[in-house]
Design a protein around this ligand. Structure first.
Ligand SMILES: Cc1cc2nc3c(=O)[nH]c(=O)nc-3n(C[C@H](O)[C@H](O)[C@H](O)COP(=O)(O)O)c2cc1C
Length: 195
């Protein structure tokens, strides 16, 4: 059986989604024997983005961080322009978000609904596999967040259950959940989507 090809395309403002996408790529290549191309949508111009209609990929995973309820502009655009290709081909489509709300079990279903399902409802189609992952709250001195972003994040986190340290980096990603998502993706790709 030839190795299946997977594209992981992501949009990340403060690096956590970029890191998660990298770990997913590593896991899918090393543990699940897939060939993975990792693509940062914020780096290249739209013209340089991978074309999906050519069906070069058996599966696609798209990931985005959330800022004030929004995906990155590039992820929104990428999904929009590739909607037809994703819908019309057999390509398995996975999607994930990384966000603060998904770090708290009480708010996780709200994050999944508001930041993911509602948006796909508006787009008129759904990913085959999707999930909301917890995020990173980086208040450390080396953080990439500016002072305003830190204030917005602090204000947004006020009702969350976690004991956030407002002078440190707090990482609320659940790697078991993330690798579970990757395993589900691989199993589906190699069963339903095999020739
Ligand atoms: C300015 C700012 C606004 C944010 N807004 C939200 C939000 O509306 N909902 C949420 O769940 N998380 C929110 N977050 C948390 C981020 O989604 C979380 O830090 C995530 O890990 C960021 O992903 P990235 O590092 O890939 O950009 C916000 C973070 C910042 C800094």
């Amino acid at each position: 059986m030839t190795q299946k090809r997977v594209l992981i395309a992501y949009g990340s403002r403060y690096c956590s989604t970029a890191e998660t996408a990298g770990k997913l790529a590593e896991f899918l290549e090393e543990e699940q024997n897939l060939t993975v191309s990792l693509f940062n949508l914020r780096k290249g111009k739209e013209k340089s983005w991978p074309l999906l209609e050519k069906q070069d990929f058996d599966g696609i995973i798209v990931g985005t961080g959330i800022r004030v309820g929004k995906w990155t502009r590039e992820v929104k655009q990428f999904v929009k322009i590739n909607k037809k290709a994703i819908k019309d081909t057999k390509t398995l489509f996975g999607f994930f978000i990384s966000c603060g709300y998904a770090s708290d079990p009480k708010y996780y279903p709200i994050a999944k609904k508001q930041f993911l399902e509602v948006k796909f409802e508006k787009l008129g189609f759904f990913p085959d596999i999707y999930d909301a992952f917890g995020g990173v709250f980086d208040f450390s001195p080396t953080s990439s967040l500016n002072i305003i972003d830190k204030q917005i994040l602090k204000w947004g986190a006020r009702d969350l259950v976690m004991n956030i340290d407002y002078i440190q980096r707090n990482d609320y990603r659940d790697w078991k959940q993330i690798y579970g998502f990757a395993s589900r993706f691989e199993t589906t790709l190699n069963s339903t989507y095999s020739e």
